[in-house]
Design a protein around this ligand. Structure first.
Ligand code: PPE
Length: 304
């Protein structure tokens, strides 16, 4: 169970956690069309700060745009509501989940005039893949399930229903004794984790998958920026699972997963089987940035 907080923002008003309910005929619940974000707020020495809030709000609206959903609020209203939700719950550090969903009205796939609703919840969420995952690295399994084709799902959108695919992969990986799944695309190239983008290090170069079949991760973008600023070459190109097997280092990125090293894939040790120097360096810089200890990237933080 996630720990309850006090209030959840629902369509402009703060509702008590236990009262934040919807009708069982809520359209999104039946057909999976809703868009959402995952954002983190970190405790810094000058108080709580939200990481790359503007980019997350932009992506929320882009997701809605792709799916022809009209969010009945402006970007600045949602931005203010996110900040306010962190504030009223007196959170110093938390995960923030804005959700845009189609409400109760008509049934059937075409939701004609059903209302579009927005909720924003916050809660404490520690390391997504465990504290040991962050420090020691995780064990990953290539999934037998394939990432949605780009013309089956619009991968620039962060859409509720897509996570059915992710859950198939995640459940399979866990049942086989692994920590996380790696999905391939429809052509057999590496795409991403169930809820993370993937990177590898080989011969001093950082490589990540191009944006075709993956979510355009904001952590991915942050890591690319950090690496380029450090003069580490970064390429965005397709690669195969066996290139990952022989990589020197690999890691996942995501808001929830942050920067999580991968120490094993499909029973093959990656590099030395522990977080490598480039991964550790990027991880350290990333955590310094989010915790407000790196002035160079101060513009990535919005004070609460
Ligand atoms: N790919 C997928 C499929 C994905 O869900 C995420 C985030 C990412 C990449 C990384 O994107 P970004 O957070 O912008 O760096 N997954 C979110 C949901 C996780 C969950 O279990 O819920 C997250 O990390 O918040």
């Amino acid at each position: 169970m996630i720990p309850k907080t006090k209030k959840i923002w629902m369509d402009g008003t703060f509702v008590d956690w236990d009262q934040a309910t919807v009708h069982v005929l809520t359209h999104s619940l039946h057909y999976g069309l809703g868009v959402f974000e995952g954002i983190r707020c970190y405790n810094t020495k000058s108080g709580p700060a939200i990481f790359r809030l503007g980019e997350h709000i932009d992506r929320l609206f882009s997701s809605a745009h792709i799916f022809l959903i009209d969010i009945p609020y402006t970007k600045s209203e949602i931005t203010r509501a996110v900040i306010e939700t962190v504030r009223v719950n007196k959170m110093r550090e938390c995960y923030i989940r804005p959700l845009v969903y189609i409400g109760y009205g008509s049934m059937g796939l075409y939701p004609k005039d059903n209302p579009v609703s927005v909720s924003i919840a916050v809660w404490s969420w520690g390391a997504y893949l465990g504290d040991d995952g962050i420090t020691q690295g995780i064990r990953v399994k290539t999934s037998s399930f394939i990432r949605n084709h780009v013309n089956a799902s619009m991968t620039r959108g962060k859409v509720c229903g897509y996570y059915v695919n992710s859950q198939l992969a995640k459940k399979e990986a866990i049942s086989c004794g692994y920590d996380e799944a790696l999905l391939l695309d429809t052509e057999g190239y590496v795409s991403e984790g169930s809820g993370e983008n993937v990177f590898m290090v080989r011969n001093g170069m950082l490589k990540t998958t191009p944006l075709t079949s993956i979510l355009e991760g904001i952590t991915r973008n942050s890591v690319i920026t950090i690496a380029r600023d450090k003069k580490i070459p970064v390429v965005e190109e397709r690669f195969t699972r066996d290139e990952l097997y022989i990589a020197d280092e690999a890691f996942f990125t995501g808001t929830a997963a942050e920067v999580t090293p991968i120490r094993e894939l499909d029973g093959r040790r990656i590099g030395d089987g522990k977080p490598g120097p480039v991964t550790k360096d990027i991880q350290r810089i990333f955590f310094d940035i989010v915790k407000g200890k790196n002035r160079k990237y101060a513009s990535w933080l919005t004070k609460v």
